[in-house]
Design a protein around this ligand. Structure first.
Ligand SMILES: NC(=O)c1ccc[n+]([C@@H]2O[C@H](COP(=O)([O-])OP(=O)(O)OC[C@H]3O[C@@H](n4cnc5c(N)ncnc54)[C@H](O)[C@@H]3O)[C@@H](O)[C@H]2O)c1
Length: 429
């Protein structure tokens, strides 16, 4: 021991995690890896032990691959504690609840956690779809309560959405930002609303693909290939649907659809509902849009592609494709339909619930999109995007493509994107 360390007191920084499932285990892992002592509580300590076994397996594998020194592995594992009851959360500076998505259950555990926490501690929820305002009802210190929405897998995905309730204090928000940063995450601030930013802006990515499939414009493989090859996406919408689980994805769509009072643009797809009813949930059941019994997976959903032959490109689509240097063909049209719908939703979100910059961060870090919808729109030109939306809108009676008010407003103001130094974002010329 050297002189400097004589008399030094190292204070443990404790984080509590409620629920040791997919998300709780991931959050416990990244928190322990970031130096926090983690007390995880589940309905039984055995569930936590099992979750910790999974974390140990993952860090052991990192050691074997030479990605993590043994002493760091030992330190991470040493910081994982099994909470035997709510009393073990006392002393935590922050407790995050990752229990099942059930309002009554979450309210109950949040109230119990609040009962043991110090007045200065932050109480957080990882809910994906419940209202932060509703969850805060009944809490004695709602000013210390906040949504910190992690993404799966939590140790890997470098984004958190921070959602204030009606009474969340500035200080609590600051602490949630600091906590996110301490875990190596980029936090974005989002208003309490259905799907927050990421799940909301992701909806058209799936729903437009499903709509193209349903209309017979193209088959599953063609749509996936268009997004990968024309758009540079890592995975196509159907590959992702199969990976996430058609049921899980449908539950998110339904909750956003209901949350916004059923607008046509969020209406769940009949194809997806049917596959879920048939138990074809994707990779986890071996079959969804693809069949995973062979490698590479075979197509498991046939479409007659009945409308494809009759297609002629519209003028606004052709202009959009031209400015982006894409060919004016069917693959680029698939890409254009999907990204235009994503941009339009992003513009709605940017007008009401988050900064345009944060919408882009959410799409890139939370969805692995190759570029943010706001920056893509600014690159293409907002006037060009607006014309494309108007062209799509004119051919759809349901109103799914009605241009977002912010898109119209920016074009009227002459804020057209990179070419005028300002669009959704600011640019230097
Ligand atoms: N899975 C995802 O991709 C994802 C992503 C972001 C946010 N979320 C949200 O995170 C939360 C948890 O989701 P998940 O996928 O980890 O669920 P999960 O079902 O994998 O885990 C939930 C855990 O909570 C435990 N639990 C049940 N009742 C409890 C109680 N009374 N006290 C303590 N623990 C209890 C369960 O035993 C289980 O281990 C949900 O709110 C979900 O919406 C999920």
């Amino acid at each position: 021991m050297n002189n400097e360390s004589v008399g030094q007191v190292t204070t443990e920084r404790i984080v509590g995690v409620i629920g040791a499932g997919t998300m709780g285990a991931g959050i416990a892992h990244i928190a322990a890896q970031s130096g926090f002592v983690v007390e995880t509580l589940d309905s039984s300590p055995d569930v936590v032990r099992k979750a910790y076994d999974g974390i140990r397996e993952r860090v052991d594998s990192q050691v074997q691959k030479g990605r993590l020194p043994q002493h760091e592995r030992d330190a991470i594992v040493g910081r994982l504690r099994v909470a035997e009851g709510f009393g073990c959360l006392k002393g935590a500076e922050l407790v995050i609840e990752a229990a099942p998505e059930d309002l009554a259950l979450k309210r109950k555990v949040l109230a119990e956690a609040e009962g043991v926490l110090d007045n200065g501690a932050v109480l957080a929820t990882n809910t994906s779809s419940l209202s932060i305002a509703k969850l805060s009802e009944g809490l004695r210190r709602p000013e210390r309560f906040i949504g910190i929405h992690f993404f799966n897998p939590a140790p890997v995905m470098n984004l958190t959405e921070l959602i204030r309730g009606p009474q969340t204090s500035d200080h609590t928000l600051t602490l949630a930002v600091a906590f996110s940063n301490a875990l190596g995450k980029t936090p974005i601030k989002v208003k309490d609303s259905p799907g927050f930013v990421v799940n909301r802006v992701a909806r058209p990515f799936y729903l437009e693909a499903l709509s193209l499939l349903e209309s017979g414009f193209a088959d599953v493989r063609t749509i996936d290939a268009a997004m990968r090859e024309v758009g540079g996406y890592r995975m196509g919408p159907f590959e992702l649907l199969d990976l996430i689980g058609l049921d899980v994805n449908l539950a998110v769509t339904t909750s956003v659809y209901e949350g916004f009072n059923r607008p046509a643009r969020f209406a769940p797809s009949a194809i997806q509902k049917r596959l879920v009813e048939q138990g074809r949930l994707g990779r986890k059941t071996g079959r969804g849009f693809y069949d995973y019994s062979s490698n590479p997976p075979a197509i498991a959903f046939e479409t007659s592609a009945r409308s494809a032959d009759a297609w002629t490109p519209g003028a606004a689509f052709a202009q959009f494709a031209n400015v982006l240097g894409k060919p004016v063909d069917r693959a680029a049209y698939i890409y254009a339909r999907i990204v235009a719908a994503v941009i339009n939703e992003a513009a709605r979100a940017a007008e009401t619930i988050a900064l345009p910059r944060d919408v882009d961060l959410g799409a890139k870090l939370g969805l692995n999109f190759p570029e943010g919808p706001m920056e893509l729109a600014d690159f293409a030109g907002l006037d060009v995007v607006l014309k494309l939306m108007q062209e799509l809108h004119a051919s759809d009676a349901a109103g799914r493509y009605e241009p977002a008010p912010l898109l119209i407003q920016r074009v009227q103001e002459g804020k057209l994107g990179e070419k005028s130094a300002c669009g959704f974002l600011r640019h230097s010329l």
